[in-house]
Each structure stands twice: as C-alpha cells, then as structure tokens.
Design a protein around this ligand. Structure first.
Ligand code: PEP
Ligand code: MG
Length: 876
C-alpha cells in the first residue's frame, strides 16, 4: 500500500493532470478553474485503478477511506447527504481514462436513490413523475453496468408498460406507471441476481466504482486499446459528480455539441439537445433531438451563455471541443468537454483553420493529427448512408485500408478476366500466393481466410493500395472451392460482397463506395510536417507504377524493391521456371538471359520514376518453389516447354519442397548456390542505372544493391563479390563513373548481434523487421494469427508484433545492430523496410534509434511523413 493521494476534488486539479485524473476528470477540473458552471464532484485517480488490480481486484481500505472522506466533503459543499430523506445527495459515476475510449463503459446516473430517497425526492421537487423516472433509470443502469444483467429485460418491461397504457413515448407514462416500473425492475434484478437491489448509497457507490475499474479490462476496452496503442497499465479514473437533472420538467434539458462540424470541419456550433430528458436519451434515438440552434428559441439566455462558454473553451484548448451539458430548471451546467473526435477530412481542415485563425502554430497542427487517420483519405470509402443500413457478416484482420465492393470470385484467373472486362470483383481465397498477383491487381478487394498482417495478401494489397481483409477464419469453402459460407450464408461466384479494409468488416451485400477525397488541407499539413522531419521517408515499390504513385505521395526514394514480384507477370514466369528446373549452369544462364532485358527494363522504369532519388534493389529472396506451378495443366505445359518428362519434372518440383520454406533455401542462400542469379540481377540493376544516368545527366543515379537474409559476414562477402565483380566490369565498359552501394538487410537475429562484423562488408543496413520479428519470436508471420487472439485475451501480448514493432525484444536487437554497425562504420546508412516502417508507433521507435529513413508501401508514405515529423518533434 502506498501513501499516495488517490482522490482529488475538481477544484484541486487542472488540465495538466490528465495522466492522473483521466481526460474527463482533468477537463472538469480545468472548467471548474475557469469558473464555468460544473456540478461539484471529485475524481478517483487512474493510480487507484492500477492499485485495484494490484490488490487482486479489490478497493483497499485506505482508498475506501479516502473516497468516503471526499463524499463527506461533497456533502458539505452541496449541503446534501447520501440517503438523507430531507435533502438527498445523488451522484453520477463515470469512467475517464487518459485517452478517450468511447463506449468503454456506460455512465451510471442518479446513484443514491432508494425507496425512501425517491419519496423524499418526489416531495422535495414536487414532481413525483420525475423522481420515479430517475429511480427506474438508476435501477436499470446499475443492473446493466454494475451487475451486468443486460438492458433488454428492462426495455421489454418498459415496452409492455407502454403497450398496456396505450402510449407510444416514455414521456407519456405517468408517475404511477413509473413507480410500478421501478418495482418491476427491482423484482427483475432480484430474479437475476438472487439478492435485493442494494438500498445503501455507499454500497451502491463502491459497486459502481468497482464496475468502472473492471470495465478497463472488458474485451471491448482491450480490443480498443490494441487498435489504438493504449497501454493496459494506464488504468481509468472515476468521476463522481453531484447530479443535475435535465429531466426535471419542460425548463430542463440535456444535449451534446461540437464547436465545429466533426464530419466536415466547418466552423460553427453543431449539436443536438432534448428538453425534459436525461443524458442517454439524446444518443439513444428514442426521441428525435432538436438541433442546437433551436435552443435559442427554447431559452435565449442559456443559449447565449452556452455560446460564450464554447468560444471560451475553444480559445482555451485551441482545438475543436465536444461538450455535454444539462439545463436544470433553466440553469446551464457543463458536464464534459474534450477535444472532439473527427473524420480525417475534418481533422485536416480544422488544423489549417486553427493555424489561419492564429490559434495554433504549424507545429501544433502537425502534432494534433493522428497519422493513422490519413489512410482513410487515400482510399475509397463506403457511402455512409448505405453503410448504416448494412450489417457485417464477419470480421477479419484490417490488412489493407479502404472500402471495396464487388462480385465474389475464387480464382486469380477469374479475377483477372472479369476485372479486365471492367467488372468489380473481390478475390476470395484461402490465402494468396505470388501466383495470384495478376488477379489481385484486377480485384477491387481481397478477402482471405488465412494469414496475418504480414501475410502475402496483406503485404501485396497494401503495396497496391487495394483493400484487403485477411485471416477471416470463419470462412468455409464449399466443394471444389466454388462457394464459401460466412455468417450462415452461402456465396457463389458472382454474388456481391463488400469489404472494409480499415475495420476488417465483411458484408454480404453491395454497398456503394465513394472515391478518396484528398483536399488541399491535407497537402498543407503534410508539407508543414516535412519541415520538422529528420528521417527520410522512402517506399517499398516493385514496379514503375508503384514507384510513381509513391513519388506522388512524396516518397524520397525506394527503400525496398522486391525483385521477385516482377517475375510473376505472365510473360516472365515461364523464363523463371525454366531457370529453376535447369540442370546445368548453361541451361540456367540461358534462362536468365531471357530475364535480363525484362529486369533491366523494370529497373529503368523505376529509376525514371524516382528522378534521381536513391533506389534500393534487393536480390531475389523467396524460396524457388514459390515460382513453380501447382496446377496439373501448368505442370504439363512446363514439361513440354522444357522438353522434360512429366514424371521427371514432378520429381524436380517435389525435391524443391521444403518443410520450413521461410527458414529454407531463400535469400542470399540462393546466390551462394546459384551465383549466376545474383550476377544477372546485378547486371540488370547496373546496366539500367547506366542507361538512365546517361539519359538524365542532371540526376545522380546511385543504385543500392541489397543482399537479403544474411546471418554470417562470410556469406555476405561471398555474394557481395559476385555483385561487385559484375558491377565494376559493366561500369568500366560504360564510360561513365557510376557509384553504387552494397548493403544488407538485418532480418536474422545473428546478423543483428554480429553487426560489427557484417558492417565490414555492408555500406548500409535495412532492417527487415518482418523476418526479424518472425525469427526472434520463433513464430510464423503467416500463421501467427491462429493463436495471437488467445495471447491478446490473456494479455500476454497487447498488440500484433508484426504490425507494431516489439521494441522490447526485436527493438533491442535493432539497437544492438545500430550500435555495433556504427562501431565499425560510423557513417553506415540505416533504414527499415519491414511493414513496421509505415506504423506510427514503430516509426517513433526508429527515430530514437537514429535511423536515416523509414520505408513503407506507397499508400503509407503520407502516414509515415506525418508520423516521422511527430517523432522528431517528440524527440526535440
Ligand atoms: C522483412 O523481412 O522485413 C522484409 C522487408 O522482407 P520480406 O517481407 O520481403 O521478407
Ligand atoms: Mg525478409
């Protein structure tokens, strides 16, 4: 037990105490300090919540005593008393963590009510209807939130009552009806819980506080935290506040309002209110609220006072505010203010407007936008009206953002064929393989039953900017893979489905999409961000088209060109297959000679697109069997083409099978066994660079040749020798002085811990954190999705290490590699090209390591530009 202070009156705190008081508590304290009308109350700190878990989910005696002391203080300031029939104190109990976590827990209102208090309250307010309405609401909320009985039982009782009285609206029920309802509610409670509804306000209060603490760990909250990078040890605060009533009659009311439009960002008050109603009625949709400007007619004085407060709050917080208020018998009370959630488009407009209004600096504008929101601006989205009417039938991993709608197809060939005819298709597969690339290109969206956030489907879809939902294990395919079942419905080829790659939701129907909206506000903020950034942002691009797209998004070079992706185009796969099944070096070289002009052409296109910015090209990485046909027809065709006996070819294919392909014959191991592959690729890289350099003397083309999957300096030296001997000969012949670099990926733990050795041969390191994560954890990047959910549920992991860098383990290896690498070669160039290079929290870690650049898929480039600026500002 500590001697910390665990409870603060609002008047004791301010906005700077957010970590301790939570967002809601700190802002209530700040508004109190600003002299605004805030009902009195106190805040139980986030540390009390942490202590509750340390103490085995109990509130310890000293914290209990402190809370009781603050109840006594509240009784003194309000002149009311818990359970006092003369003048009862009623309170609200609300959660409030450091970061807003909408929907984590419902509020409990009217706490302190019991059979005696309600009578007294009815007499005191001279309004029995109001008193019983408050009582039945309390029983309902307490049963639902604290005891988890469930709302529906109570709603059924209300519906039955309305039906028996022949009325439609809750407000038409009389005081007697509501009194009867309260009795029915208590009976319902007893039947479900097996005990009487607690009548002691102190017992009610501790029940409610515990429920808030407990809610910190409910599955919704755990999921929300994982999605939003909120650590589980932050805890939530609890705000206990004296009640004010919006349902005291026609001069009372309650509402919510934003100081600017959260959907568009337009300046001006935006919100809704209801007279004679309490908190949840506004959002519950039982009655239709009025728009906030109508409050002017209802009560001009309150409206004017509210407008003044809103202006004051915006000017104070320098951001759009989201506020809750209550009017009790004509008197205004502020119940909450916070920086409002907003759409991506609104976020950029508001930031620019605040700068133009002189409220904030460009630096503050850059700091205030969540980089993760940018994705939404760069991809198509669902039409909101259509989306509201739709119900998801399943949820997978949000592998690549945006929305897509199309006819389901089950093979890449069909996707390509239909896509070419202008049809919108969604490719649905168990998982994708490199062979599916063309179909993936022509699909509006990709849905897979297997695979995690760095599975083939996820990585390729993100690269192409195509919406993708992966790892939806509930999908079961029908006979021959010609249909699938999800959410109890069977889909045949041609049936419409829709995907939300941002949330992972799948819909079994057609939902219209609207194109991305990249307005001028976005460009302004991103440009401001660039001025604060110290790390460069490069892109992972495999084709000239991707490279051009990335340049348009502001990429300052290519950090990873995966050359294997070029081999899957229909006109090339034959040549690479020929190379693989070759029996002699001569045969292999003949096949490689066919590939050379194609690779050279690709590289020329990429250098052209990059206009003199650096281009890192990686030598072939995947295991060779990935290129071989699996369909009988394709195998027969290859045998004919290669003049091979069918059985012989099948034998070759099965000899290439590996039990553990990710740890098998891939990466630089391919060049150790087949040096002619590395030689051909180097030739293509250097010849292309020479050609483009000659065509554009104004650029400085400096290819960076990257050797993958190195674990031992000697294997790097071996492959490097193939590269340099080939490159130097071509350059000598070219008549120009082309510079080039040779470096390696750091993606095997052994490379990281021997980086001082590796750096003797490498002019740059690029962290391949996909493989480094896989190898460090010892679990597969393609299959980990199967068990990671259990790890989140048991809180062993808080996030997917393939999406958010594990800074503790993998990060330690990276830090070691940076230090060792620099000890050998102080000016070594350092970058990251794993998927983490586009993840804001991982980018922040890269800043602390002192990396020169991050590299990510084209559509993440703007995200990375903003995240890198924020990381630099944080490090200042
Ligand atoms: C990596 O391993 O992080 C990487 C970028 O390479 P790949 O994803 O192609 O294995
Ligand atoms: Mg790798």
């Amino acid at each position: 037990m500590t001697d910390n202070k665990f409870v603060y009156e609002f008047s004791e705190g301010d906005a700077s105490m957010r970590n301790l008081l939570g967002g809601k508590g700190a802002n209530l304290a700040e508004m109190t300090g600003l002299g605004m009308p805030v009902p009195e109350g106190f805040c139980i700190t986030t540390e009390a919540c942490t202590q509750y878990y340390v103490d085995g989910e109990t509130i310890n005696d000293s914290i209990k005593a402190e809370i009781l002391e603050y109840i006594a203080k509240l009784e003194a300031t309000t002149g009311k008393k818990f359970g006092d029939p003369g003048n009862p104190l009623l309170v609200s109990v609300r959660s409030g963590s450091r970061a807003s976590m909408p929907g984590m827990m419902d509020t409990i209102l009217n706490l302190g009510m019991n059979d005696t208090v309600v009578e007294a309250f009815a007499a005191k307010t001279n309004n029995p209807r109001f008193a019983y309405d408050s009582y039945r609401r309390f029983i309902q909320m307490y049963s639902d939130v604290v005891m988890e009985v469930g709302k529906s039982y109570f709603e059924e009782l209300i519906d039955e009552m309305k039906e028996s009285r022949g009325v439609k609206q809750d407000v038409e029920l009389t005081a007697d009806d509501l009194k009867e309802l309260a009795t029915e509610f208590k009976a319902q409670y007893k039947s479900k819980i097996g005990a009487d509804f607690p009548s002691d306000p102190v017992e009610q209060l501790f029940g409610a506080i515990k429920a808030v603490f407990r809610s910190w760990d409910n599955p919704r909250a755990v999921y929300y935290r994982r999605m939003n990078d909120i650590p589980s040890d932050w805890g939530t605060a609890v705000n206990v506040q004296s009640m004010v009533f919006g349902n005291m009659g026609d001069t009372s009311g309650t509402g919510v309002a934003f100081s600017r439009n959260p959907a568009t960002g337009d300046k001006g008050l935006y919100g809704e209110f209801l007279m004679n109603a309490q908190g949840e009625d506004v959002v519950a949709g039982i009655r239709t609220p009025e728009t906030i400007d109508q409050l002017k007619d209802e009560n001009p004085d309150v409206y004017a006072q509210f407008v003044t407060i809103v202006d004051k709050l915006e000017n104070h917080y320098h951001d759009m505010q989201d506020m809750e208020f209550t009017i009790e018998e004509g008197k205004l009370f502020m119940l909450q203010t916070r920086n409002g959630k907003r759409t991506a488009a609104a976020a950029f407009k508001i930031a620019c407007d605040l700068v133009d209004e002189g409220q904030i600096t460009q630096e503050q504008a850059v700091r205030m936008i969540d980089p993760k929101q940018i994705d939404a601006l760069l991809h198509p989205q669902f039409n909101q009206a259509d989306l509201k009417a739709a119900v998801p039938i399943g949820k997978g991993l949000p592998a690549s953002p945006g929305a897509a709608c199309g006819k389901a197809v089950f093979t890449a060939e069909h996707a390509a064929a239909m896509g070419k005819q202008g049809e919108d298709v969604i490719l649905v597969r168990l998982e994708t393989t490199p062979e599916d690339i063309e179909g993936m290109h022509h699909a509006k969206g990709i849905l897979t039953a297997r695979g995690g956030m760095t599975s083939h489907a996820a990585v390729v879809a993100r690269g192409m900017g195509t919406c993708c939902v992966s790892g939806l294990g509930e999908i079961s395919f029908g006979p021959g893979g010609k249909s699938f079942t999800l959410g109890g419905k069977t889909f045949n080829e041609g049936d419409w489905i829709s995907l939300d790659g941002t949330s992972g939701a799948v819909y079994g129907e057609k939902i219209a999409t609207v194109p991305a909206d990249v307005s001028g506000y976005f460009g302004r903020v991103i440009e401001w961000a660039d001025a604060f950034r110290t790390m460069k942002v490069r892109t992972n691009a495999d084709t000239p088209a991707d490279a051009r797209q990335a340049r348009a998004f502001g990429a300052e070079g290519i950090g990873l060109c995966r050359t294997e992706h070029m081999f899957f185009e229909t006109d090339r796969i034959a040549a690479i297959r020929e190379m693989i099944v070759s029996k002699t070096v001569e045969q292999r070289e003949a096949a490689l000679a066919k590939l050379l002009p194609m690779q050279r052409g690709d590289f020329e296109g990429i250098y052209e697109a990059m206009e003199g910015f650096p281009v890192t090209i990686r030598l072939l990485d995947p295991p060779l069997h990935e290129f071989l046909p699996t369909d009988e027809d394709d195998i027969v065709a290859l045998a004919a083409e290669m003049n091979l006996d069918l059985d012989e070819l099948k034998e070759i294919i099965s000899s290439l099978h590996e039990f553990n392909p990710m740890m098998g014959h891939r990466g630089c191991r391919l060049d150790v066994t087949y040096p002619e592959i590395g030689a051909m690729q180097t030739r293509a890289i250097i010849e292309a660079a020479v050609n483009v350099q000659k065509a554009h003397p104004e650029w400085k083309v400096v290819p960076e040749i990257m050797i993958p999957l190195v674990g031992e300096v000697k294997e790097l030296a071996f492959v490097k020798n193939i590269v340099t001997s080939t490159a130097d000969a071509i350059i000598a012949e070219s008549g120009i002085a082309l510079e080039y670099l040779v470096g390696t990926m750091i993606e095997i733990p052994r490379a990281a811990i021997t980086a001082d050795e590796i750096a003797k041969e490498a002019q740059f390191f690029s962290f391949g954190t996909n493989d480094l994560t896989q190898m460090t954890f010892g679990f597969s990047r393609d299959d980990a999705g199967k068990f990671l959910d259990a790890y989140y549920a048991t809180k062993i992991y808080e996030s997917d290490p393939f999406a958010r860098l594990d800074t503790v383990g993998v990060g330690k290896l990276m830090k070691t590699a940076v230090e060792l690498g620099k000890s050998t070669r102080p000016d070594i160039k350092l970058g990251i090209c794993g998927e983490h290079g586009g993840d804001p929290s991982s980018i922040e870690f890269c800043q602390t390591l002192g990396l020169n650049y991050v590299s990510c898929s084209p559509f993440r480039v703007p995200v990375a530009r903003l995240a890198a600026a924020q990381a630099a500002l944080k490090a200042k």
